[in-house]
Design a binder for this molecule. Structure first.
Ligand SMILES: *[C@@H]1O[C@H](CO)[C@@H](O)[C@H](O)[C@H]1NC(C)=O
Ligand SMILES: *[C@@H]1O[C@H](CO)[C@@H](O)[C@H](O)[C@H]1NC(C)=O
Ligand SMILES: *[C@@H]1O[C@H](CO)[C@@H](O)[C@H](O)[C@H]1NC(C)=O
Ligand SMILES: *[C@@H]1O[C@H](CO)[C@@H](O)[C@H](O)[C@H]1NC(C)=O
Ligand SMILES: *[C@@H]1O[C@H](CO)[C@@H](O)[C@H](O)[C@H]1NC(C)=O
Ligand SMILES: [Zn+2]
Length: 309
């Protein structure tokens, strides 16, 4: 009987000690949370077979002729963007008018939000890695198939979510496009805080789609529930960030626990036999693709017309 009591109180303590999910960086002797290796005990999908992030091994990547260039729509529109500290990251809300198509995706997807993953004091903080190499920071733009109302609906579809990832790479000069982002983060220090960036345009932050090469694989959300509903695109092109900017990022926010929000990334997961594909543009498609198409069409018409003569 006594033994049973001891046993059940031990179980009870274990339960208490894994109250919520947290990042590796939040674990400590008295931490009351489950780190990445224990997420699967709280959310079974986190132990699944197509988890993210992954390490991309470039020598095993396969060029897939079904993949095409991306088209970003509404990325030139001006909007007021709200930002909120969600306790494990800050989300920048995007309007539905921002859409992505092409890119070998099964349909058109509308934007939901973007967020960043960073490390500790300017160290590596990306989630994905390439040939074992990690980057200082990673941007995720989360999109859902346009027929769904919200992320929750999209997560019930194995290709319901299209996540776009860009790595940041250290540059000698600062990236002025990040100024507005950094200023906004300063205003959402505590979990639940929100603020707004006025007159934001995605095109000022994200490169043009036309000549972007990328990696593609099927995976999951990188935070619990780890739903296996994500078509991942990891772009080859990186975005610049200066050492000063990077070192300021991880000091701006607090976790829900009032500790500095650092090391917000999940370690890489097993591939489990998945293939990573790549798309490499044959030509730079940046020179007014519509004008070229128009010219080609005219040419075809003229050809056809003259063959009738
Ligand atoms: C641990 O977390 C759980 C759930 O969040 C909470 O109910 C419990 O009070 C916490 N325990 C301690 C010792 O902080
Ligand atoms: C390309 O698409 C075709 C038709 O859907 C499919 O049969 C083929 O396996 C795809 N190729 C690759 C490399 O995925
Ligand atoms: C953004 O907010 C400002 C100030 O509240 C407002 O004047 C402006 O019209 C808003 N812009 C858009 C595109 O909604
Ligand atoms: C999830 O999708 C299945 C079919 O794939 C459907 O039967 C079910 O109702 C959906 N669940 C929700 C919550 O939308
Ligand atoms: C794409 O084109 C832009 C200019 O239009 C150039 O700055 C950039 O380096 C190109 N990216 C790649 C991956 O070729
Ligand atoms: Zn993310």
């Amino acid at each position: 009987m006594k033994l049973l009591l001891v046993f059940s109180s031990l179980l009870f303590t274990l339960q208490l000690c894994s109250g919520e999910w947290c990042y590796e960086s939040q674990l400590s002797c008295k931490a009351n949370c489950s780190g990445p290796s224990d997420w699967k005990s709280l959310f079974s999908d986190c132990g699944g077979q197509r988890q993210s992030p992954i390490n991309i091994i470039t020598s095993k990547v396969i060029q897939n002729p079904n993949l095409t260039a991306f088209v970003f729509e509404g990325y030139e529109d001006v909007f007021n963007m709200s930002v909120e500290n969600h306790g494990q990251s800050a989300h920048f809300s995007l309007p539905e008018s921002a859409r992505v198509r092409g890119g070998g995706l099964p349909g058109k997807y509308k934007a939901v939000q973007f967020h960043l993953h960073w490390g500790v004091d300017g160290g590596v903080g990306s989630e994905h890695s390439v040939d074992g190499e990690r980057y200082p920071m990673e941007l995720h733009v989360v999109n859902i198939k346009e027929n769904y109302n919200d992320l929750k609906d999209a997560l019930n579809d194995s290709t319901g979510v299209a996540a776009l990832a860009f790595f940041f790479e250290l540059s000698s000069s600062k990236n002025q496009k990040l100024d507005a982002i950094i200023e906004a983060l300063k205003k959402v220090k505590q979990k639940g805080d929100s603020s707004e960036i006025e007159n934001f345009r995605l095109v000022d932050f994200i490169p043009r789609a036309c000549n972007l090469s990328y990696y593609r694989y099927s995976g999951s959300l990188t935070t619990p529930g780890c739903n296996q509903a994500v078509e991942w695109t990891v772009f080859h092109q990186t975005l610049p960030i200066s050492k000063n900017q990077l070192q300021s990022m991880d000091k701006l926010l607090l976790f829900g626990t009032d500790k500095p929000m650092t090391g917000i990334f999940r370690p890489v997961q097993n591939l489990n036999g998945r293939t990573v594909y790549t798309y490499l543009p044959a030509h730079s498609l940046c020179v007014l693709p519509n004008a070229i198409t128009l010219l080609l069409c005219l040419f075809c018409l003229v050809e056809q017309y003259s063959s009738f003569q």
